[in-house]
Design a protein around this ligand. Structure first.
Ligand code: NCD
Length: 315
């Protein structure tokens, strides 16, 4: 059984494979009827124990465009509220016959734990502070598309904000650096992990120092729901020091692009309306989210027939 649980587990070859498969899915999505029979008869369940807009809807759309059957599990209306354990929940759904679980949970490691309890494929749609591999695939694909480069050697990707609580940052550090980028983390010390010395990154506490050498500016949300205590003295001061406003946008090189995984907190990390930025990729990230997740589901579930299936997808 194949899984997609982290960028490290995927590796560079896997990253390349999924990014190139995404090109086929982009082509499918351009058709008048963006639907192919590739995963007919397969069942995919989304198991979200945490809120989501983009990730959940794009996985569900991706599954439907590949003609898979979908089930949606909402924790708030499930028997979890009657005290059913995660293991019993997973085993119960498995008994109904599912091929993949798309899992989001507030605890690190849950996708690995669940794969002990089911024979289905597991896709990590976000586990705690740890990993969000499909977001990193989306972001690498989007940068490739925007800059017309397959490799990111010589590019500086600056990730700004709440790195400490960010699974997006952890997956993106791994993915962007696999493709050759130099990654710089910018945050106050309280929003950095205690020790990043083994991460393939540079660190700065001052956004204004790194803007002029940034090619990709990646803004993160303050993830207050993941904070046990308040990590910034006050929001206004955070916004003044680390928020993207018009003056900071002007300090970026003309070719630099701006990204955000969403959801944005306007007035905190985004002080400028991104629609006035000439090089915002935020809408491209969302649009590519569907194609990337189609590639992921296809790669995991199309199985033995996958090369003939790909002909169907590509024709
Ligand atoms: C992120 C998440 O949930 O990890 N959102 C997303 O999936 N696009 C980032 C966040 O919550 O800030």
């Amino acid at each position: 059984v194949k899984h997609l649980r982290s960028i490290e587990e995927l590796g560079e070859a896997g990253l390349e494979r999924l990014l190139s498969l995404t090109n086929h899915m982009v082509e499918v999505n351009r058709r008048p009827v963006p639907k192919v029979p590739a995963l007919r008869g397969r069942t995919i369940v989304s198991l979200f124990f945490e809120d989501s807009t983009r990730t959940r809807l794009s996985f569900e759309t991706a599954a439907k465009r590949l003609s898979a059957d979908t089930m949606t599990f909402s924790v708030s209306t499930s028997s979890v509220n009657k005290g059913e354990s995660l293991r019993d929940t997973v085993e119960t759904i498995t008994d109904m016959g599912v091929d993949a679980f798309v899992v989001r949970h507030k605890s690190t490691g849950i996708p690995w734990q669940i794969s002990e309890w089911t024979n289905a494929s597991i896709v990590n749609a976000g586990d705690g502070w740890h990993q969000h591999p499909t977001q990193a695939l989306v972001d690498c694909f989007t940068v490739r598309e925007a800059l017309g480069k397959q490799r990111f050697d010589g590019l500086t990707v600056t990730i700004v904000g709440d790195i400490k609580h960010s699974r997006v940052a952890r997956s993106n550090v791994a993915a962007f650096s696999m493709l050759g980028a130099e990654v710089v983390l910018v945050a106050p010390p309280t929003l950095l992990p205690p020790d990043v010395s083994h991460w393939p990154v540079g660190v700065s506490y001052r956004l204004d120092d790194v803007l002029s050498r940034t090619d990709v500016l990646y803004m993160l949300r303050l993830q207050s729901e993941r904070m046990a205590q308040w990590h910034v003295p006050n929001l206004r001061e955070y916004a003044e020091t680390y928020g993207l406003d018009a003056a900071r946008a002007d300090k970026l090189p003309a070719h630099a692009v701006v990204m955000h995984p969403g959801p944005m907190n306007r007035g905190v990390e985004m002080l400028i309306d991104p629609s006035v930025l000439s090089n915002s990729l935020i809408h491209r990230q969302v649009a590519n989210g569907v194609s990337v997740r189609m590639a992921v589901l296809f790669d995991l579930l199309a199985g033995e027939s996958s090369s003939s299936n790909l002909q169907q997808v590509a024709s």
